[in-house]
Write a protein that binds this ligand. Structure first.
Ligand SMILES: [Ca+2]
Ligand SMILES: [Ca+2]
Ligand SMILES: [Ca+2]
Length: 211
């Protein structure tokens, strides 16, 4: 079992992440705030910087704005925080809520895959390469851009000790906090009561067997 030696919190909490984006402190993240936070993470460098920022902003809003009203509430962030995890993690958000060891295992598996020099830290290059490969495997367009953006955001937001790399306790601690918040989140609002077009339930065809 790894020893914990540092007294300071080794990881960022979901609440800290939310508060960092909520510049006007109205307890809602609007698109402009998410965009600013994305720019500040360094996503906007390079020739297509503006487009990258817009794409990343849309993706982030889409992931966590549960009711799609253009604002992300703290409750939505609590419920959707698990969607902010690096791509390719074998993390079951339901299991994570009751099983911290599941989170540790998922983080260890990610590092086994992505920490190619094995120093226990995901560097920007390692994160970019891993996230790019994940996007490629998922058949997504602009995989290398997606990889760069994911790495920039992860390092800007989750690098609690500000050493420029992501250590396992930084990621595992954050994910455990995400799981805690999801567990304590108010239930998602009930879906629209309009009846969904119900598919006729067809009984499996009974095959008569004559003997
Ligand atoms: Ca706000
Ligand atoms: Ca490394
Ligand atoms: Ca770090």
């Amino acid at each position: 079992m790894p020893m914990t030696t540092s007294a300071a919190s080794p990881s960022v909490s979901l609440r800290q992440l939310f508060d960092g984006v909520d510049k006007n402190k109205d307890q809602l993240l609007d698109k402009a705030e998410v965009k600013l936070s994305t720019e500040q993470a360094g996503v906007g460098s390079g020739f297509f910087g503006g487009r990258k920022v817009n794409a990343a902003t849309d993706a982030l809003m889409d992931a966590v704005d549960g009711n799609h009203d253009g604002n992300v509430s703290w409750a939505e962030y609590q419920q959707g925080g698990h969607k902010l995890v690096p791509a390719g993690m074998k993390l079951d958000p339901v299991r994570a809520q009751s099983d911290p060891a599941h989170i540790d295992a998922a983080v260890a598996a990610l590092y086994a895959d992505a920490d190619t020099d094995g120093d226990g830290t995901l560097s920007r290059a390692e994160l970019t390469a891993h996230q790019t490969a994940q996007a490629e495997q998922a058949g997504q367009s602009h995989a290398s851009t997606r990889g760069e953006i994911a790495a920039a955001l992860a390092l800007d937001k989750l690098d609690a000790n500000k050493d420029g790399g992501l250590q396992q306790p930084e990621l595992a601690g954050f994910l455990k906090d995400v799981a805690r918040e999801q567990r304590s989140a108010p239930a998602a609002p009930a879906p629209d009561p309009a009846p969904a077009a119900s598919k006729p339930v067809t009984a499996p065809a009974v095959r008569e067997r004559s003997r």
